[in-house]
Design a binder for this molecule. Structure first.
Ligand SMILES: CC(C)(COP(=O)(O)OP(=O)(O)OC[C@H]1O[C@@H](n2cnc3c(N)ncnc32)[C@H](O)[C@@H]1OP(=O)(O)O)[C@@H](O)C(=O)NCCC(=O)NCCS
Length: 151
């Protein structure tokens, strides 16, 4: 016996000219004009994505994430809102979840992991980076933990 839940597009708000390549699992989120969402992407409820932002295949954008305009989210980028701050998963206790805010013109390389942080405008995050702290100065960041490579 098993319970089968379907992926799909549910209760989202879309701007004009949004392209989505199915299958996706996106629900309760808001996606601005001219965005592109690639296949096998999950976007959870209350996520807000600005205009002209591209989300490439296999990325996961969790609750409490906001992404600005003209951003590029590469393939397989993982956002995190639960830091296991009590020694394990929050088990649905959303008071333990933390927020992420991504500015405008932020490009995130494939397979990067973004912990709950703020990233300012005009930032590049390298492939495979793990961003553990707020980024307040524009530039190129890479590595685990992510550090600034150049301005
Ligand atoms: C981070 C990035 C933007 C840097 O590019 P760049 O400015 O041309 O940097 P360079 O190639 O000159 O590398 C500079 C140094 O950073 C290192 N570096 C580059 N990218 C890195 C990465 N992702 N993680 C860790 N180190 C990295 C290089 O090894 C080099 O180290 P060294 O000085 O010790 O030799 C680029 O390497 C990157 O990761 N781009 C992401 C692309 C992507 O994911 N696209 C998705 C669509 S396909």
């Amino acid at each position: 016996m098993y319970k089968k839940l379907k992926v799909g597009i549910k209760d989202c708000s879309f701007g004009n000219n949004v392209t989505i390549v199915e299958p996706v699992n996106i629900y309760g989120c808001s996606i601005g004009d001219n965005c592109f969402i690639g296949p096998f992407v999950e976007i959870q409820k209350d996520v807000i994505i600005g205009k002209r932002t591209k989300v490439q295949s296999h990325s996961f954008i969790c609750e409490l994430v906001t992404i600005g305009d003209n951003c590029f989210i590469g393939h397989g980028v993982m956002f995190i809102n639960d830091l296991f701050s009590k020694g394990g998963p929050a088990q649905g206790d959303k008071t333990l979840w933390k927020r992420t805010r991504i500015g405008n013109r932020v490009s995130i390389g494939s397979n990067a992991t973004i912990l709950p942080v703020k990233i300012c405008d005009d930032v590049v995050i390298g492939a495979g980076a793990v961003v553990t702290k707020n980024i307040e100065i524009s530039g190129v960041y890479a590595g685990n933990p992510a550090r600034r490579l150049k301005k």
